[in-house]
Design a protein around this ligand. Sequence first.
Ligand code: PLP
Length: 457
Amino acid sequence: MGLNEDWRRRSLAAVWHPCTQMKLHAPAGAAQPLVPIASAQGVWLHDYEGRRLLDGISSWWVNLFGHNHPAIREALTDQLSRLDHVMLAGLTHAPVVELSERLGALTGLGHAFYASDGAAATEIALKMSAHHWRNAGRPDKCRFVGVSGGYHGETVGALAVTDIPLFRQAYAPLLRLAATVPSPDARGAAAGEDAAAVAERAAAALGAWLAEHHAQTAAFIVEPLVQCAAGMAMHHPLYLRRVRELCTRYEVHLVVDEIAVGFGRTGSLFAHHQADIQPDFICLSKGLTGGTLPLSAVLCTDAVYAAFYDDEVARGFLHSHSYTGNPLACRAALATLDLFEQTDALRRNVEVAARLAAQFEPLASHPRVRHVRRQGMIFAWDIHSSLPDFARRYARHALAHGVLLRPIGHTLYAMPPYVISADEGEHLARGAMAALADTLAEETGGTARSGGGVDGV
Ligand SMILES: Cc1ncc(COP(=O)(O)O)c(C=O)c1O
């Protein structure tokens, strides 16, 4: 038995993999083969038998400067020799202080509160918002509103503002569901409408909703510019300007979830910068540590912080996680922020993204491709295919061509690490095209299996 097969078998016996119907991994002719990875370097993932795959989705959108980056590795090694971990309640340390100061300077918000995953950041922002209103003597403001197709994580609180039925259905009885308003997804343009008009229309729907419900609403949560899990649904920045105005008018917090789109992914350091707005809360994670360690942060306004600052303990934000502000994760984040400065990454990404767009041109002009779109280093194409399990089939073919690409439903997308070279871009673009041809060839083969599995993401 080969090494890969060995790890695959042991993993299937011992590990419950995330976001997966485990039966699809079942060894005999697996519809969704499990891929053992032994090591990673730059944009490449290496298996146990010397084969390599190009990480076209930055390992669930977390990696920015390539795997195993020497600067981040060095920072982590140094930190490990000083302080591995210490609780943050009642204690503090240089990495968490420095990171908080730098995130504050970059966002204009402050009082960084830490957790380990994106969903925990969502939970924190929602709890902080509702608790702020309670402390402000307005306890009725405890409901939330989000955007149709929005994704903010899958813990019970975060799932309540996540509008992806497949992820939510089974847990509906556990949730205190938030309201949803129409998405500003530019693909929803009616005849004669452009992206700005869709943004205005969607913002008007939020306005109508808030006019009726603002007295009970604590916060509106939105993924700025790109709703990634909805299938890279992109919108005009005007939407963010309008929702800022509405949230101010109706005294509702604006929470921007930059977990997937933050740290340069959309072309600016933070996506909401393109709308020139100041939110009340920002949720960060994923790229925060360059894709090395779990860390998330929530930053808020001074006004929110002030509502908790009191003689009474119960008016404080009594939320905690054991690994809050872990020094290693904070050092990885500091090294990542350094890399933005040292490599002039945002400016460089403009060139990298333009080069990739040219390399993806054959895909963009493929007759089965609709809604070609790009926002910074996020590329997406909707594929017209009759295969209900297009995503799964495509991902399998992509692996055979040496690329990790996992469409979401019928949306194929690429979100590679920023360090992708011209040759690597060529490999990615060619692999993406070849996998498309192989997948579409199965349409006529009569082998399409029905059943909407946990396709993509
Ligand atoms: C916009 C957004 N928010 C929240 C999350 C949840 O993050 P995590 O998976 O780290 O819990 C994700 C994850 O994909 C996301 O894309």
